[in-house]
Design a protein around this ligand. Structure first.
Ligand SMILES: Cc1cc2nc3c(=O)[nH]c(=O)nc-3n(C[C@H](O)[C@H](O)[C@H](O)COP(=O)(O)OP(=O)(O)OC[C@H]3O[C@@H](n4cnc5c(N)ncnc54)[C@H](O)[C@@H]3O)c2cc1C
Length: 382
């Protein structure tokens, strides 16, 4: 076994191999580390590289890849490109906006927006969370009131990733608060619609190049052709997006863990203290073994979740375990890497503390770690 050997049963698909060199060339470390935001040109490039439409069926403008192969693309991207914020924004658009559009589309306007997202010509944000509705998405305060030809949306969303710069939003609103989950409907809201007020970007610790912020909707008219899925099916639309997000987005963080591991192994072999490479100290080697185990167990769980998604089998438990293992594992491994590099690990130029800041929110978005544990516990009948 070499330092980088993997236990994955299959090699990365061809599109992922191509992506490695192209991303390296397009986003060199010095340009993209921790910058305040991505550009429209970056987005268009991600579209051309096939990341923004990877898992969308080819006839709808996407790459037509399976979940397993899509995850391989994002793993490679996470490993070679240090701009995790931009990649997170791309993944959030693909899994939480494009995939539900592909699945629940029924009109030409849905398909137009979907094709534009895949091509990198449009930026999209998923708007579920509210100030008082985070983990509990059944108590939305954003309302959708039926009017002639459509709905009027009122309310304020928060934490909309890509939101401050987005052209279009997948907004969840309730038509019947008492019906809780069954009263939620999904709508495609365009930035140009009257009554749409995207707020400024939150000042986040990490993922800084992906702007995330509030979205205020004031008597915003959304025509029926932009309702997504049947009335009251919003929870199902959101559930579909979370299956993809928990299954595939976290491949990005598997890539980050691989990058950290390679860096730490190299450092432990080269850095000498007390007359020998620090990797000869058992405490240092044990820390690296822990990193390797987190990486490979997360990678295998994610693969199982993606296979279930591809085979149409129940995937919620696998996706929750993959998300838990990878998000908590990346935070733990990033902390280990900071310690293993000593003082250098705390220098911003070394880009290791950046991984720690970029990985911390992974235990929160797509459902917190506590919520993933609840999903697994429920599957165990607890
Ligand atoms: C970087 C980032 C990007 C995001 N992007 C988006 C986005 O694009 N679109 C979007 O809609 N949202 C987005 N979010 C919001 C995210 O989904 C929520 O922050 C998350 O669901 C948690 O909600 P909350 O912050 O309100 O925390 P709360 O729900 O208030 O949770 C607070 C604490 O209570 C715990 N808790 C709550 N309920 C339970 C329970 N039943 N059992 C055990 N513990 C519980 C939680 O685990 C947590 O520790 C993003 C968040 C971040 C950090």
């Amino acid at each position: 076994m070499t330092t980088t050997s993997r236990f994955s049963p299959a090699p990365a698909p061809a599109p992922a191999r191509d992506l490695r060199e192209k991303l390296r060339a397009a986003f060199p470390v010095t340009v993209t580390s921790d910058r305040p935001g991505y550009t429209r040109e970056d987005w268009a490039l991600l579209g051309r590289l096939g990341l923004l439409g990877a898992s969308v069926p080819a006839e709808l403008g996407g790459g037509g890849l399976s979940a397993v192969d899509t995850a391989a693309m994002f793993e490679v991207a996470g490993e070679v490109c240090h701009d995790t914020g931009m990649l997170f924004g791309a993944a959030a658009q693909l899994f939480a906006c494009a995939m539900p559009l592909a699945e629940f589309r029924s009109t030409a306007v849905h398909e137009r927006w979907l094709a534009a997202m895949c091509a990198g010509e449009a930026i999209a944000g998923n708007a579920m969370t509210e100030a008082d509705a985070g983990s509990d998405t059944s108590r939305l305060a954003t309302t959708a009131t039926r009017v002639e030809g459509g709905h009027l949306l009122d309310g304020t969303k928060t934490w909309v990733s890509n939101g401050p710069v987005a052209d279009v939003y997948l907004v969840y609103a309730t038509t019947d608060p008492a019906a809780r989950h069954l009263g939620i409907t999904a709508f495609l809201v365009e930035r140009a619609d009257d009554g749409v007020h995207p707020g400024p970007a939150h000042d986040k610790a990490g993922l800084r190049s992906c702007p995330a912020g509030p979205l205020r909707l004031e008597r915003c008219f959304v025509p029926d052709e932009r309702t997504l899925g049947p009335a009251g099916a919003g929870a199902a639309v959101f559930g579909h997006s979370m299956s993809w997000e928990r299954g595939c987005l976290f491949a990005l963080y598997v890539g980050l863990q691989q990058r950290l591991l390679d860096r730490c192994v190299g450092h432990a072999r080269q850095r000498r203290q007390f007359g020998q490479p620090i990797g000869q100290f058992q405490a240092v080697a044990d820390r690296i073994v822990g990193m390797k185990m987190r990486l490979e167990s997360g990678r295998l769980l994610l693969r199982r979740a993606c296979e279930a998604l591809d085979e149409g089998l129940p995937e919620a438990g696998w996706a929750a375990m993959a998300k838990l293992s990878i998000s908590e594992g990346t935070v733990a491994s990033a902390l280990d890497a900071v310690n293993l590099l000593g003082g250098a690990g705390y220098l911003r130029d070394e880009l290791v503390e950046l991984v720690l800041r970029d990985s911390m929110p992974a235990t929160i978005f797509s459902g917190t770690s506590d919520i993933q544990r609840r999903i697994v516990a429920r599957e165990l009948g607890l």
